[in-house]
Design a protein around this ligand. Structure first.
Ligand SMILES: [Zn+2]
Ligand SMILES: [Zn+2]
Length: 468
């Protein structure tokens, strides 16, 4: 057996030369392909990877964006350009409108009665007040149609909205679709053509089939399409942590989704999403020689007119990219160079692969206090699993195993605006989460405090391969 190691850290020289420029925690992961890309870095037969990759350090900066948003094109309650306007005015750099099984293109009309039913009387009035004459298209003879059941309004296309709202270097709209396949929802970011739900006999099949369809479009179109698995705990059924570990082609998932009641914190039948992340990361690195998933926070916003369940502004990502283009944003995400947030902002985030040190700095926020927890799993972790028992009924809960607390354990806790973790050498990975003493602007029962999550750092993939 020829044994070699795929290091997940390739940008060493860049980091050493430009420590303040920032470097991702990870290798530049390969672009998606039609078949599952199993490992963190492309390798060849003879060369051990892990050597430094020389490249010019670009001037990178953080870009804030939300990749999960709904509009009247599917089940949101506002016009797409009103939503785009909301995000742009609040300082987001990029946004994806990701409606269910539809792209915002072609001609689509919606009755004003339906608009009122979704967003209330004010939805259309606000729309009229915001946009000038000539922008709004209706099928009424009146310039100001009353919301009767016959009047209709046209939903504007993404391309028209892009032309009106995008500002080079300032604001970017990325095409997207939430492929909605019964209980499996996958956002295909930067999709070019509609993908119909692919179906499948099980949740695992549905995830794999839809990811495969995304991969096929990636190959046929040549565009980088980044899929991520949405709200894995939306119902009490869905892919388990073990299954998610095994679906190694799933590289991104929502570790936090802004919809109230979507199960972020888990239940007796489901691990919390953070716990699922740690179990999945640990299993991938030990059992499947596969890269961890990266975690996103998103709004999944539907409600822009007063309802509270799925408001915008609750969860987003901060991506460190060399420019505000879809290509740069997605490349940085594939490199793991982003963090997720419900309010906490980082001014510095570095992983030094030589010193083996993860460090971050938090932007001060009045009198808010910050707690950083470094979380990871050590190589010699206790691998015991136990069936979960329902504390009320005393019966075993099917489909869920509890893992030892050494999986995703808190390795260190730091108070204050700066935090640093020095690897001891036996960690499979380490990630950081920061919790503020302040509530988010739009809190939910699942999100009482502002928080942020970095991606897993410092991992590597060991692999065995037979000699020729
Ligand atoms: Zn969904
Ligand atoms: Zn959604």
């Amino acid at each position: 057996m020829h044994r070699y190691i795929v290091h997940a850290l390739l940008s060493i020289s860049w980091f050493v030369m430009h420590p303040s420029a920032g470097v991702s925690c990870f290798a530049q992961l390969p672009q998606p392909v039609n078949e599952p890309a199993l490992h963190g870095s492309l390798i060849n037969d003879t060369v051990a990877v892990g050597t430094a990759v020389e490249r010019e350090a670009p001037k990178s900066q953080w870009y804030k964006g939300n990749l999960h948003t709904h509009s009247l094109w599917s089940d949101g309650d506002d016009f797409p350009e009103m939503i785009v306007d909301w995000y742009r005015e609040r300082g987001y750099s990029f946004l994806a409108l990701s409606d269910h099984n539809i792209l915002s293109e072609g001609e689509k009309w919606i009755s004003l009665a339906e608009v009122e039913k979704r967003g209330g009387k004010q939805a259309f009035l606000k729309y009229q007040a915001r946009f000038p004459d000539g922008w709004i298209e209706t099928q009424s003879s009146s310039d100001l149609p009353s919301p009767d059941s016959l009047a209709k309004v046209r939903l504007q296309t993404l391309s028209k909205i892009q032309a009106a709202f995008e500002v080079p270097g300032k604001f970017l709209l990325i095409p997207s679709e939430e492929i909605t396949d019964k209980g499996v929802h996958i956002n295909a970011t930067n999709i070019g053509e509609l993908i119909e739900p692919q179906g499948g006999a099980s949740f695992v099949d549905m995830v794999r089939n839809n990811l495969r369809a995304v991969g096929e479009q990636t190959q046929s179109s040549g565009r980088d399409i980044l899929p991520f698995l949405n709200h894995p705990n939306l119902s009490d059924r869905g892919v388990s942590a073990e299954e998610l570990a095994w679906i190694v082609e799933s590289r991104f998932f929502e570790v936090w989704n802004g919809v109230e009641g979507d199960g972020d914190l888990g239940s007796v039948k489901r691990h919390s999403l953070e716990r699922m992340w740690d179990i999945t990361t640990t299993l991938r690195l030990t059992e499947y020689q596969a890269a961890p998933m990266f975690g996103l926070a998103t709004d999944d916003s539907h409600d822009y007119n007063g309802k509270q369940k799925a408001k915008p502004g609750r969860g987003w990502i901060q991506v460190r990219a060399d420019s505000l283009s879809t290509q740069s944003i997605l490349a940085a995400m594939r490199a793991g160079d982003f963090y997720s947030s419900t309010g906490v902002e980082l001014t510095q985030l570095e992983f030094d692969p030589v010193q083996r040190r993860l460090s971050l700095q938090i932007r001060a926020d009045g009198d808010a206090r910050f707690t950083t927890r470094f979380i990871g799993t050590r190589r010699d972790y206790d691998r015991t699993t136990t069936p979960r028992t329902d504390p009320e009924s005393g019966e075993v809960v099917p489909g869920i195993l509890d893992y030892s607390l050494e999986v995703g354990q808190v390795l260190a806790t730091v108070q204050g605006l700066q935090a640093e973790y020095q690897f001891t050498g036996d960690e499979l990975y380490v990630r950081a989460e920061v919790i503020s003493s302040k509530a988010p602007e739009f809190p939910t029962s699942e999100s009482p405090w502002q928080k942020c999550w970095t991606q897993p750092c410092g991992w590597q993939i060991e692999q065995t391969k037979p000699n020729n």
